[in-house]
Design a protein around this ligand. Structure first.
Ligand code: HEM
Length: 454
């Protein structure tokens, strides 16, 4: 539901409230320990709508595609005041007034500055850059050995995002420092989410990581021209004119780029889960390799159409998105009293849709707990039977702008790796980590590899 809709009339039934919360922290402990498990339990006992508390906020959680469509279709400013939720979390992390903490008009303009890097022509230019980054990364690997899957996916997705969104020189100069700094921002975000933005420790961590990134971007990015371009992405930002003829100063342009890098961080999780699921179901390996042989006349491929032919790999990726969506809840703080799906939600409550829960509904997906990439084949297409069924990249008014870039990154990473190596999980039982905002595989997630003979 992306179009405008009539303002929802106030009124409706009272939200069923979950009891048993603790003073100040409410239901924070079970929620942060296992958000999807918690939501599954409360919805199965309370029904499609339930109110509960987290530190500093009241949540109104809804379950099911119809409620998702209503929530994701809510209007900015009149129905949703995103500042209530994001400002305390993201302003101390990424700086105030950029991305989700900017006023609506400014945010839209800032998003529009990202779009040239995500269009078809840019995605085509990114293909050789992405393959090159993976090839360089694995070049020093021995004939056989082990690695931690999460560490490798962090490195590769951070490098690729840096090269595509900022410039190749920046990606290569930063090397392992970039995933480390982004990891610190992620850790600070988790601390802000759990204890609120008060503690001096997460503040210090976030400030130092952000300032290092801003400094590095200002140093490197202005002269970092992608191949075939006359100007760097940074220079393009500095030339852009915003609402009321305003323009960006260097610090704000660099802070915006840090925002983009941070927005791309969930790529790590989805790349890692795609690998875990495929390696847990090794019968898929010959299928994916045969598809790749057929799709790539030349290696590495240089066209989007060659990557589009990797349909079975896309289906494995969709299963990773469905079973392990990196972002657990899509929050929409109520700007006024709202009526959602027949329930009255008071102003200030954070209305949320949950990808993790929605993706496991038996009313939408057959045997939802099973890894079954065939569910996306045209004759089944379970994700298309109802709108907003698969929402790992959001939907409605604010779908993820970088979804195609992220999917392309993951396809390239796994195409390059599966072509060059045989892999095996050291322990096929992989659980989810509990101390991160995103849903990541728990470490260590050791993979044994062996170079393939060609
Ligand atoms: C696997 C990787 C990714 C996942 C799972 C993901 C997921 C999401 C989700 C769920 C949202 C919507 C949040 C909401 O409705 O509250 C979102 C928004 C957004 N994402 Fe992504 N994302 C990914 C990668 C990227 C990348 C690579 C970029 C590029 C910089 C990006 C840029 C954005 C932006 C700018 C928004 C805000 C859109 C808006 O507010 O209108 N994302 N993402």
């Amino acid at each position: 539901m992306t179009g405008d809709h009539e303002p929802l009339p106030p009124g409706g039934r009272e939200l069923p409230a979950l009891d048993g919360g603790l003073p100040l922290i409410g239901h924070g402990i079970p929620f942060f320990r296992d958000p999807v498990g918690f939501l599954a339990r409360v919805h199965s006992s309370r029904g499609e709508a339930v109110a509960f508390s987290l530190p500093g906020r009241r949540m109104a959680s809804f379950c099911g595609p119809q409620a998702n469509a209503l929530i994701l279709g809510l209007q900015d400013d009149t129905e949703v005041d995103r500042h209530l939720f994001y400002d305390p979390l993201l302003a101390p992390l990424l700086g105030p007034g950029v991305g989700l903490t900017a006023p609506s008009e400014l945010m839209k303009w800032q998003h529009s500055l990202l779009l040239p890097l995500l269009r078809r022509d840019a995605l085509t230019r990114h293909i050789p850059v992405m393959f090159d980054e993976v090839e360089r990364y694995v070049a020093p690997w021995d004939g056989h050995g082990t690695f931690d899957l999460l560490a490798v996916m962090r490195d590769l997705s951070a490098r690729i995002a840096a090269c595509c969104l900022i410039g190749p020189r920046f990606g290569r100069t930063m090397g392992p420092a970039l995933p480390r700094l982004l990891g610190r921002l992620e850790a600070a975000l988790f601390a802000f989410a759990v204890i609120g933005p008060r503690g001096p420790l997460p503040h210090g961590l976030a400030d130092r990581a952000r300032e290092t990134l801003v400094h590095a971007i200002k140093e490197i990015a202005p002269r970092d021209c992608p191949e075939g371009s006359e100007r760097s992405h940074f220079e393009e930002l500095m030339r852009a004119t915003g609402p009321g003829g305003s323009s960006l100063d260097e610090d704000t342009a660099a802070a915006l780029m840090v925002n983009w890098l941070f927005a791309a961080v969930p790529t790590t999780a989805l790349a890692a889960w795609t690998g875990v699921l495929v390696l847990q179901h090794p019968q898929w390996l010959p299928v994916l390799r045969a598809e790749q042989e057929a799709a790539f006349a030349d290696y590495p491929p240089t066209t989007l159409s060659a990557l589009h032919k990797l349909e079975r790999l896309s289906h494995c990726l969709l299963e990773a998105e469905r079973l392990h969506p990196p972002i657990v809840v899509l929050p929409r703080p109520a700007a006024r009293d709202l009526n959602i799906h027949g329930y009255r939600v008071p102003r200030g409550y954070v209305v949320c849709a949950s990808p993790g829960l929605s993706h496991r509904l038996t009313s939408v997906f057959r045997r939802p707990e099973a890894f079954d990439p065939d569910r996306y084949l045209p004759d089944r297409a379970e994700h298309r039977t109802t709108p907003q069924a698969l929402i790992g990249f959001g939907g409605g008014r604010h779908p993820c702008l970088g979804a195609t870039l992220a999917q392309q990154t993951i396809k390239v990473i796994w195409s390059a790796l599966l072509r060059a190596f045989d892999f095996e999980l050291a322990d096929p039982e992989v659980r989810e980590a509990r101390t991160t905002v995103m849903r990541l595989p728990r470490r260590p997630c050791t993979v044994r590899y062996r170079r393939r003979k060609r």
